[in-house]
Design a protein. Sequence first.
Length: 197
Amino acid sequence: MTDFWIFFKFGLEHVLDLNGYDHLLFLVVLTVPYTGKDWKRILLLVSLFTLGHTLSLFLAVLNIVRVQPTLIEFLIPITILLTALYNLATAGKSKPKENLTFIGGITLFFGLIHGLGFSNYFKDLLPGEAPDKMLPMLAFALGIEAAQLIIVLVVLLLSFVFLTLFRFSKREFILVFSAIVLGIILPLLAQNPIWEP
């Protein structure tokens, strides 16, 4: 059971580590369009992201999937960029319920990409045969989910503060936070090694 908590804590730290803030930025742009009353939808989206993240780790650890790290390091900020741009394009517009299938599918796919970004490092942490790797991977996934829920709660709290105390409209809140994330991610994309000859 000690190994379980070690990998659970590792999953928590993976998301909450400010040095690897790409996961954090994605969660921010995923969450800012919603408020506390949308908690079921947010929980579903975050869980789909975790599922994608875990599935790609699983496939990589078992050597079923191998992807060039340089490509993944480029695609991760692209997922953040696309989500932020989607927020900017749809801010203030009602999001019909039928969009959940589309948004959920994209979130799951983006989770796959983010998981692949961590897969090489994670694969080195797990010695032994495939069955020996299942419990640590489950613990890691649960740690990721717990950390993501912490981030979501922080974003929802910020939303509440900005919408009620500072009298931002929901549209303004979405635009401001999505623009901040864009301001962080665009220089990272511009400096990405994929552009080097």
